[in-house]
Write a new protein. Sequence first.
Length: 258
Amino acid sequence: GDIAKQMPMEAKKFSQIDKDWVKIMAKSAETKLVVPCCQNDMLKQMLPVLGQGLETCQKSLESYLEGKRNKFPRFYFTSDPVLLKIQEVLADRQGLGEDHAEVGRDEARRAVLQNDMLKQLLPVLGAGLESCQKSLESYLEGKRNKFPRFYFTSDPVLLKILSQGSDPESIQEDFEKLFDAINRVQFDKVDKKKIMLLALQSEMQRSVRKECRNAAIMCPQIMNGLSLTEFGNQTIAQVSLLGIQLVWTADFQDALTR
């Protein structure tokens, strides 16, 4: 478009860089393995050249856009991608002839009017959004106070859990963020539409107590010859550590008593 006409050398250079990059990506897709792909001689030779070429094109493009902004300072309020899009649209309209010039001026006037409306509306919208954000944070804080394990989740995850609570299967991936070592839950068909988080928490605690009780019962066997390896294989890792600490405490107390 207009940019390619005003910067023909840079446009040609960028086109060649794009073709070379496509070749590199095609070669990478064929290689598939990361290490051989990175050790490719073509990659080592071409990447520095492509980087320098892109840097040159980038500087030329920035100079081109700076000239456009000097001619029309309101372009300073737009980002580079937006300004490039505007220049492309303007170039297309100029190619259609002078018949559309008046239409372009009308659109420019409407844009100015809309810009003034934007200045008036943005502060109001910002204040409204801030108020909604505070209300939402207060609502989520209330939910976290009722079920403290919600403090382990981010706001988006908590909102997902609360909004999709009637469909527990859709939030299976989020249970591990609430409970340690629980990544899936099997629901009863009758109560499938209800998430009993407190019941789930109680069952988790009951299971942990059961494992700790079983380990404590096995501790005397360690004193009677059961190896620590066998003890560790029969119990959960953290519970095994707890059992070993119980044995150490018992031995220490016995030594002090003697």
